[in-house]
Design a protein around this ligand. Structure first.
Ligand code: GNR
Ligand code: NI
Length: 167
């Protein structure tokens, strides 16, 4: 078990564009294990490698009720179809204490590799899981949920985060 440090806004590494993973070697497997440990410890339902300062296209998710119930690894994920609209309240381990409603697609299809290098497809529709997948893939593109807010709400959110850091 090894925990990695989660980066907080405004760490510039959160803006990195993640690179594809070429080979799923032992280093990547260790990284995946560490990301699950870190995510469960922080009580998040997803974690992108970008959030621990590793600019690779890797996401772990667990939407189980219990810890370690439904671990899902996404390597090099690509959204292949998206449509519709939905709004859910989001939080982010890199934006501690901030919760805002975010509008995203309500239907997505994505393809990715699992930790054994096997390609798979996920269809998600009209739920929190669909919202979370898009949130995580945004991280790989250097994007945070505050980037989806209106300019006014975004500037309020940034002020709130800055205050939180002082306290
Ligand atoms: O734990 C998390 N909860 C959450 C809630 C709504 C939409 C997305 C998320 S992901 C977040 C963990 C995190 O920051 N992942 O990048
Ligand atoms: Ni996040």
């Amino acid at each position: 078990m090894a925990l990695r440090k989660i980066l907080y806004y405004p760490d510039p590494k959160l803006k990195a564009i993640a690179q594809p993973i070429i080979e799923i070697n032992n280093d990547i497997k260790k990284l995946i294990d560490d990301m699950f440990d870190t995510m469960y410890e922080a009580k998040g339902c997803g974690l992108a490698a970008t959030q621990i300062g590793v600019p690779l296209q890797l996401v772990v998710i667990d939407f189980g009720e219990e810890k370690k119930q439904n671990p899902l690894v996404l390597i090099n994920p690509v959204i292949t179809e998206q449509s519709g609209e939905q709004t859910f309240e989001e939080g982010c381990l890199s934006l501690p204490g901030l919760y805002e409603k975010v509008k995203r697609a309500s239907n997505i299809k994505l393809t990715a590799l699992d930790e054994k290098n096997t390609p798979f497809e996920i269809c998600a529709k009209e739920d929190y899981f669909c919202q979370c997948l898009q949130h995580e893939i945004d991280h790989l593109q250097g994007k945070l949920f505050i980037d989806h807010l209106s300019p006014l709400k975004r500037s309020r959110a940034k002020k709130k985060l800055a205050k939180g850091l002082e306290a």
